[in-house]
Design a protein around this ligand. Sequence first.
Ligand SMILES: NC(=O)c1ccc[n+]([C@@H]2O[C@H](COP(=O)([O-])OP(=O)(O)OC[C@H]3O[C@@H](n4cnc5c(N)ncnc54)[C@H](O)[C@@H]3O)[C@@H](O)[C@H]2O)c1
Length: 276
Amino acid sequence: MNKFNLKDQTAVISGAARGLGLAFAEVLASAGCNIAVLDVVHEPSLALYGLRSQHNIKVKYYIVDITVRDQVMNTVSEIAQDFGRIDININAAGVVIDEPFLTTSDEILQRIFAVNVNGSFFVAQACANAMVERYKSQHGDAPAKDATTGSIIFIASIATYIASTAQQISCYTASKAAIKGLVKPVAMELSPYGIRVNSLSPGYTMTEMMKTLQSKQPDLVKQFEKETLFGRIGLPEEMKGGMLWLCSSEASGWYTGQDLLLDGGATSWKHPAVLT
Ligand SMILES: NC(=O)c1ccc[n+]([C@@H]2O[C@H](COP(=O)([O-])OP(=O)(O)OC[C@H]3O[C@@H](n4cnc5c(N)ncnc54)[C@H](O)[C@@H]3O)[C@@H](O)[C@H]2O)c1
């Protein structure tokens, strides 16, 4: 039996126009999962549409600003209609701004929390309601004894484990800690419906987000390279296995209310960069 088969399931993924969200869409598609994407970008990577013919699955792209509750609620009900069901929700849309704590403005504070916290909250809430509705239509009020209804995954960050001298991202870090703060109580509240809730914390990973930071701070990646145990930063590809495992109830059905840190060992040692 293939524990990682997601055939005929549907995943709602925010932020999958590119970067980590796209990598998650790719690995779920390879397991037969249909993909619905929420993103603000008007033209997502062509690789997203290529998944249709590559894996014989359904892929639909919805242009949505996840900070706007009504847009999110309407789009998620449209997805439930278009796909017939929602089984998985990954909340990968996120923004980062490098700004010292002492000068962080209201505008930065509100922008980062609006996307990373409120946006992820809205999407997860809408998807959870669709999952609960499906559970109740099949099982009534009987509490679930296993977690086969669905899996919700928030994206937190290595930043919530360790501060790097290479960045000043207190506001971003607080937003990611807020997301991690949702995991345990929501896992508890949704368990009667057979839904698991976890977060995945990527370490430093080469995506558009990292490239944008690097364009303003050319030595950033060099510094991060010194901080992992393998002398390099991670690739989106390297987050795929962990995400597939989190999504499959056959594979990770007993794992809920937790954070999975994938950081190439960066939080496991005293960095030589700091010692010298
Ligand atoms: N790259 C890293 O090193 C790293 C490390 C730790 C955590 N993360 C987190 O992983 C997630 C993905 O990051 P990434 O590196 O792929 O970033 P990215 O910038 O490459 O991709 C983020 C995606 O989110 C979308 N998005 C932003 N605001 C949105 C909004 N309001 N509504 C809808 N979509 C919106 C963007 O259009 C983009 O497609 C983020 O939550 C990020 O904080 C990244």
